[in-house]
Design a protein around this ligand. Sequence first.
Ligand SMILES: NC(=O)c1ccc[n+]([C@@H]2O[C@H](COP(=O)([O-])OP(=O)(O)OC[C@H]3O[C@@H](n4cnc5c(N)ncnc54)[C@H](O)[C@@H]3O)[C@@H](O)[C@H]2O)c1
Ligand SMILES: N[C@H](CO)Cc1c[nH]c[nH+]1
Ligand SMILES: [Zn+2]
Length: 432
Amino acid sequence: MPLRLSTADPRFEDGFRGLLHAKRETAEDLNAAVADILADVRARGDAAVLDYTKRWDRLDLTADTLRVTAAEVDAAVSACDPATLDALHLAAARIEDFHRRQVPDRQDYVDAAGVRLGARWTPVGAVGIYVPGGTAAYPSSVLMNAIPAKVAGVPRIAMVVPSPDGVLNPLVLAAARASGVTEIYRIGGAQAVGALAYGTETIAPVDKITGPGNAYVAAAKRQVFGTVGIDMIAGPSEILVVADGQNDPAWIAADLLSQAEHDTSAQSILITDDAAFADAVARAVELHLQTLPRTEIAGQSWAEHGAIILVDSLSQAVPLVDRLAPEHLELAVADPDALAAEIRNAGAIFLGRYTPEAIGDYVAGPNHVLPTARSARFSSGLNVLDFMKRTTLVGCTPDSLRAIGPAAVTLAEAEGLGAHALSVAIRLGQGT
Ligand SMILES: NC(=O)c1ccc[n+]([C@@H]2O[C@H](COP(=O)([O-])OP(=O)(O)OC[C@H]3O[C@@H](n4cnc5c(N)ncnc54)[C@H](O)[C@@H]3O)[C@@H](O)[C@H]2O)c1
Ligand SMILES: N[C@H](CO)Cc1c[nH]c[nH+]1
Ligand SMILES: [Zn+2]
């Protein structure tokens, strides 16, 4: 049974702290194991990557077979069902269209003192995309990572995907082709992250690594941060549905299970103001679980991390939503815009009864790589700017330097930094 809570519950006062994912800590021994793998990859390059791939993915590669060839990608694309490829291309086109609107304009102006100011955006030079492949492969996640990089203008997009026992999902390779990936390596885990960060004889280092993965991948991304940039540490999926009693319970139950089926630690929560509806959703979840394919994962997730919260009125949902800061928020209510306007913290909001979260996972257009574990309080989903850098521009003339330079000299002297003061003053004819 998932947790049943109401406003009468004493835990309501503290925002149901027990529901928050505070326990998702990486174990120290896992961190140590990952540090060893990274150090080994740094020291031994390809040889270390090949050893770990043999050990963890049961795949005996050589430096020559690490990279997936263009002919293999051709064969994979031919092996895909045409209708599935059509769906993939529709998704890719919609995702690209949405992300194109995020490309920033160059900003340039001359201020009142005559100083030229501005900022220019340049793409990251090389990006590594991690595609998890141990137990489930997500072609949609390839699109969501690679397309914003392509739209940003990143010239080199290197993808890594583990190939346990030599098996690669053809649709993952088709997605790579559809989204502008320039090279693919059949490796995974911490060793793949290390290869992308430090480079090996075969794999040139990248500047930034994005993409989800298991605990080893997440720990490796944390440890290489600084050597390279990373996007975020995306944890298990989360869905929070705020629904009134006018919804079909079977629809809402399916929505809750859509994220529960990702992972046994995924979190699915319903907040409603209708007790009879809450009961009906709980029953509908049990019914769906009898027929769905990933029922073991979804059932465990729902039992251990599912919750139904009964509130007196839906306005009481607002502070709870903000406190839980969910990755995905569905507002299945009559006026979703009014409720959305009240909410500060959510990775993505799905408005109205006809907008299931799953539409955003695949074809809506916005990115499905979103902040989890309450990080929507301070961060946003993956986007084009994650693949670009902003460089500010300043240009003074003799006159504009004369206008603002003396204040810089004064502040430099106040900080006791003589060379700073001199480098301005000397141009004003004041230094020696
Ligand atoms: N948030 C998202 O958008 C999103 C999308 C897809 C997947 N995911 C998550 O990604 C994860 C995928 O995990 P996965 O395991 O299936 O694939 P994975 O590709 O992340 O990990 C597989 C690799 O883990 C390494 N590994 C396994 N056991 C190891 C050990 N004992 N020591 C060292 N390395 C080891 C191996 O190198 C293997 O190649 C899941 O947690 C899933 O929820 C998240
Ligand atoms: N919902 C996941 C992110 O939390 C992304 C995904 C991929 N495929 C299906 N769903
Ligand atoms: Zn999903």
